[in-house]
Each structure stands twice: as C-alpha cells, then as structure tokens.
Design a protein. Structure first.
Length: 237
C-alpha cells in the first residue's frame, strides 16, 4: 500500500496539510463534491474534504443536531467544536443533503457558544439539484459569487487562465483515477479495496500536484504487479 496515501487518508491533519500550512498556505474545508475545487486551486488555496474520522463522542454535536441525524455531519461538528479543525482558514458548506444544509446553521450557532470554533471565513454555497435550464444558470451565478467572496477574503485574483490551468490539472488527475479504476477490473485482482479507497480519499486531502505525482507512481506500481503475475503464471512450480 502507498504509505503517503494511507497517511493522508487516516489523519485529520496529515503531513501534506501541515507542510502546506508551514509554508504559509491557506486551507479551506468543504463538505460536498458539488464544490468545484478548481476555483480554490486557481487562488493558490488548498481545498480539503471535511471528514468525521476520530470523533469518539457526539457530546457537542448532540446539542445542535437531533438524535436521528446521520453521523457524518454530527462528527464534523463534534470535531470542529473540539478544536480539531482549528487549522482551517475557511469552510464552505453546501446543500448536498438537508443535514449538510443544516450544518451551516449549527456550526454558526456553535461558533457563538464556543468561541474560536467558527473559521474567520464561513461560506454557504447554495446549489441546485438539477443540471439544466434555469438551475444551471443559477449555479453559474452562485459560483461567480463564490469567486468574488474568495478574492475579497483572501486578497487574491482568480483569473480565467488560472481557472483553465486548474481545470486541466484536475481533469488529468481524473483520467489517472479512471486508469486506476480500470485496473481494479483485472483478474486476478492486484489492488485491494483499502488501497483503492486510500488512494481516492487522499486526493481530496493533498495539494493536487503532489497527489498527481504519487498517483502516477502508484498506478505504475499496480501495473507492475499484474506484469509480475503474468510471468509467475508460466512457472511450472
């Protein structure tokens, strides 16, 4: 298993995040894939997917969410209330579901009750659940507002050229991930589910250029496993 991916996937504040922070880089957490991370990379900001790992109780989050809400948003609130997300410079909440939409209110309320738990920049991105017609135009407008808010908060300029570069880089990563997925179809299986899971999750928790480099190496290593098996298969013992 790729140790870089495993370390990134199993730690809330992994080594890549710490290194980015030590260099003075900004980090923004987000809750849902509805957010185009390319916007943040175009602003030289590291976007990371918020997770609920290592939340060992719901003592804080139970005060803001009901008992029948799923564990993911409650775990995120619990971690934020415990100071585990203090390294974030901002957060973007979007309405991937009703409980995530409600997280916007719960986190803001918790910030009033527990000082220091609300990031200095806290943004709600309202997205449609249909990709056509008026809904699409509305989504584009929401993204334009998000870009403007990022520029104002972090004193950056998100140019069209930077966006195109970020989009091209992310698309290249997606193509490599697709190659990884195709390798999972091979018989016999040469990559475990935990390896694949760690590799995919790590991509939401590391700088994209660093991730791309490790991903290319990992796919190459997986391919060599399949080649090695083909050679071993010819042996008579």
């Amino acid at each position: 298993m790729n140790n870089v991916f495993l370390e990134a996937a199993t730690n809330l504040e992994n080594a890549s995040i710490k290194k980015w922070k030590e260099k003075g880089g900004k980090i923004v957490g987000y809750t849902c894939s509805f957010l185009p991370v390319e916007i943040f990379y175009a602003a030289d900001i590291l976007p990371i997917r918020l997770r609920g790992i290592d939340a060992h109780s719901m003592e804080i989050s139970d005060s803001y969410y009901g008992p029948f809400v799923c564990s993911f948003p409650k775990a995120v609130i619990q971690l934020a209330g415990s100071g585990k997300y203090d390294f974030l410079d901002g957060v973007v909440i979007s309405n991937g579901c009703d409980t995530l939409r409600r997280m916007n209110d719960c986190w803001r309320k918790m910030g009033e009750d527990i000082k220091g738990t609300l990031p200095s920049w806290f943004y709600y991105l309202d997205v449609p659940h249909k990709p056509d017609g008026h809904a699409f135009d509305w989504y584009v407008n929401q993204l334009k507002k998000l870009i403007k808010a990022i520029e104002q908060q972090f004193d950056v300029h998100i140019s069209d050229d930077k966006l195109k570069k970020a989009i091209n880089t992310q698309n290249a990563v997606r193509r490599i991930i697709w190659e990884l997925e195709k390798l999972r179809r091979e018989t016999p299986l040469k990559i475990t589910g935990s390896e694949a899971y760690s590799a995919i999750i790590a991509g939401t928790l590391m700088p994209v250029d660093e991730y791309k480099k490790h991903l290319i190496e990992f796919v190459s290593e997986i391919r060599s496993r399949i080649t090695d098996f083909a050679i071993d298969k010819k042996r008579s013992f």
